[in-house]
Structure formats: structure tokens, C-alpha cells
Design a protein. Structure first.
Length: 188
């Protein structure tokens, strides 16, 4: 391998596909990573990289010697909430003309944070497919931004017993103290 070849990605196309881009917390994503190559190289693994990044707007006051006063300095503080590499395949020897699709299952943690895009804070989820290569840059797919929402709570319907009003004969809930139609008090 030439010296400058170490700084170039292998001539490989990586495509990461998922059925949609919106999921709830605790959901499972079934996707595929398709790798097709025009060059021979050894890959250490095929994986999907899932990231959750939080950015918060911060400010601090800094004394400016020239102006002789404090100046507000605004910056964005970034933190990685989740960084997960999910393995789809182990080591491979890839040759020109190689094309293979690898299935992969990604689980969104139920205790994670939902996507947020606000004035002072952002929470973003990203996923991409990667072919790991030693001593060279890794070929990657396009990064897909996921929309993660809070899981909907199941609603439970309680059946309410209806009884007729003794005055107007309209149906009213059994736990009601007065008739909603005529206003008469309910007799026990």
C-alpha cells in the first residue's frame, strides 16, 4: 500500500436503510447495511453507529481589558448522551465487485431523551452505516437524523354504569350526585 493511499477511503459504497425516520423511545429498528466495493481491502467490521447529542446554550461574562467592562460571551456546550456501535458483521476480506446486504437491529433505549429543537437546547439522534478499516478512513453511509418521540401511554377505558334519573328518566352515571339534564339530586 502506498503512503498516500493510507489517507484515502476505500472505493466502497455504503447504504444504510431503515423503513422510516420517526420512532418512539424503546422501539426496535430493523434496517440493512448494503456494502458494494470497487477495491480490495480488509474490513474489521460492518456496523451501525447510533448517536444522541445534546447541545445547550450557555453564557458567561468575560472581562475585556480594552473596553474595561464585562462582556457577555455566548457559546454552545455539547454532550454525547448515547454513543453505541452495533455490529452487523465481523472481519471481512472485500474484493472488487463485492456486494452484500447485512441485516441489523437497533434498539432505542426507553430511558433516552426525545428529540428536542429549542432556542436554548437541542437533542438530536443520528444513525449511519460504517465499514471499519484499519489504518485508513472508514467508508460511511449518509447520516440519517432520527425523530425520537415519547412512547404513547396506553389508554384504559373504564366502563361507567348508567342509571335512569327518577324524575326525567334520562340516563346518568351511577356515581353522579345529580342529574346532568334536569339537575335533580340522585336518590340512593
Amino acid at each position: 500500500m502506498g503512503f498516500f493511499k493510507r489517507f484515502r477511503k476505500p472505493k466502497t459504497t455504503v447504504i444504510f436503510e431503515i423503513p422510516r425516520s420517526s420512532f418512539s423511545l424503546g422501539a426496535s429498528i430493523n434496517g440493512t447495511i448494503t456494502v458494494s466495493s470497487k477495491e480490495e481491502f480488509d474490513a474489521t467490521e460492518v456496523r451501525a453507529e447510533l448517536r444522541c447529542i445534546e447541545k445547550r446554550r450557555r453564557e458567561r461574562w468575560v472581562y475585556d481589558e480594552r473596553r474595561r467592562r464585562n462582556i457577555r460571551h455566548v457559546y454552545w456546550d455539547s454532550a454525547t448522551l448515547l454513543s453505541e456501535d452495533l455490529k452487523a458483521s465481523g472481519p471481512l476480506h472485500i474484493v472488487p465487485g463485492f456486494k452484500k446486504t447485512f441485516p441489523i437491529k437497533v434498539n432505542i433505549p426507553a430511558g433516552g431523551r426525545e428529540t428536542l429543537d429549542g432556542i436554548d437546547a437541542n437533542v438530536s439522534w443520528f444513525i449511519k452505516g460504517v465499514v471499519g478499516v484499519d489504518d485508513r478512513p472508514d467508508p460511511t453511509s449518509e447520516t440519517i437524523e432520527l425523530q425520537i418521540i415519547r412512547a404513547a401511554m396506553p389508554t384504559t377505558k373504564q366502563e361507567v354504569e348508567m342509571v335512569p334519573c327518577e324524575y326525567c328518566k334520562a340516563l346518568m352515571p351511577a356515581n353522579s350526585s345529580s342529574c346532568p339534564i334536569c339537575g335533580a339530586p340522585r336518590k340512593s
